[in-house]
Design a protein around this ligand. Structure first.
Ligand code: SF4
Length: 260
């Protein structure tokens, strides 16, 4: 089958077209790509990675259904939206740009929720733990992630237990679906949460490639506005094919998700 993914608009800019074949989950997927010409930021290519992630997750969900396991995630259940969400600097900048473009008073409300989440995490001593985990090679991010979840600090984009930026949510959020009882997500114990295995994880490939290029380790989603507001945007140094080749190559090295 052929997937069509685009990150460029031929009506407003010069674009290039190309085709790649990726071996994922035991099948070869051909992808027709439309990308902006010239050097671009990784952020510009997020629509391609979002489309690829959606495709992989849809396939994984269909595979689970064929085996009699139905996804139990539904609008109104935001239990998993208390977890730490790791994003690359490109995704952090895109989320910051998304909030900056929101009309008032929504923009102020969302900015306020970001500030409240940061204050709550700071009060529980979790920001220092997050910083240690993201900047120390070999740090125990799993234990930190569990403490973060137990703190119960909701994602600033969660509204009435639903994602208020669903079409623009990070890749890590797209990849997280479960077939276990929703109540288990709110009270996770070892082995009770059964995620849908996604054969390749674009979020991890993006994190690895983006960190290698920018030198910025993964960021928790709650840092997105600070990063967008305070870190100047560097000039792009690579073309779209160079960036995508780097990210797609790293898909091969992504380990399968762990249960629980
Ligand atoms: S971005 Fe959306 S899906 Fe992801 S944690 Fe926040 S509210 Fe949940």
């Amino acid at each position: 089958m052929t997937l069509k993914l685009s990150a460029g608009d031929p009506a407003t800019e010069a674009v290039n077209h190309g085709r790649v074949a990726l071996a994922m989950g035991g099948e070869v997927v051909e992808i027709d790509l439309t990308v902006p010409d010239g050097k671009v930021s990784v952020e510009r290519l997020l629509p391609i990675l979002q489309g690829l992630t959606n495709f992989l997750v849809d396939r994984a969900e269909a595979h689970a259904a064929a085996e009699g396991r139905q996804v139990t995630c539904a609008k109104g259940c935001g239990a998993c939206c208390r977890q730490i969400v790791p994003v690359s600097q490109a995704e952090a900048r895109a989320l910051g740009r998304l909030v900056a473009a929101m009309p008032e008073p929504r923009r102020s409300h969302v900015r306020q929720r970001f500030q409240q989440a940061l204050s709550a995490l700071e009060a529980k001593g979790l920001l220092a733990e997050v910083d240690a985990a993201r900047t120390t090679p070999g740090a125990d991010a799993k234990a930190m992630g569990l403490r973060y979840f137990k703190a119960g600090v909701a994602c600033p984009f969660l509204e009435e237990e639903a994602c208020s930026i669903h079409p623009d949510r990070p890749l890590a959020c797209r990849q997280y679906l479960v077939t276990s009882a929703p109540a288990h997500c709110a009270d996770p114990a070892p082995g009770r949460i059964v995620p849908v295995p996604v054969p390749s994880r674009p979020s991890t490939a993006l994190l690895l490639a983006d960190t290698a290029e920018s030198g910025v380790p993964w960021l928790p989603l709650v840092y997105a506005l600070i990063y967008h507001d305070e870190v100047p945007e560097p000039a792009p140094t690579r073309t779209a094919p160079e960036i995508l080749q780097d990210i797609f190559a790293r898909l091969k090295h992504v380990p399968p998700p762990e249960a629980g």
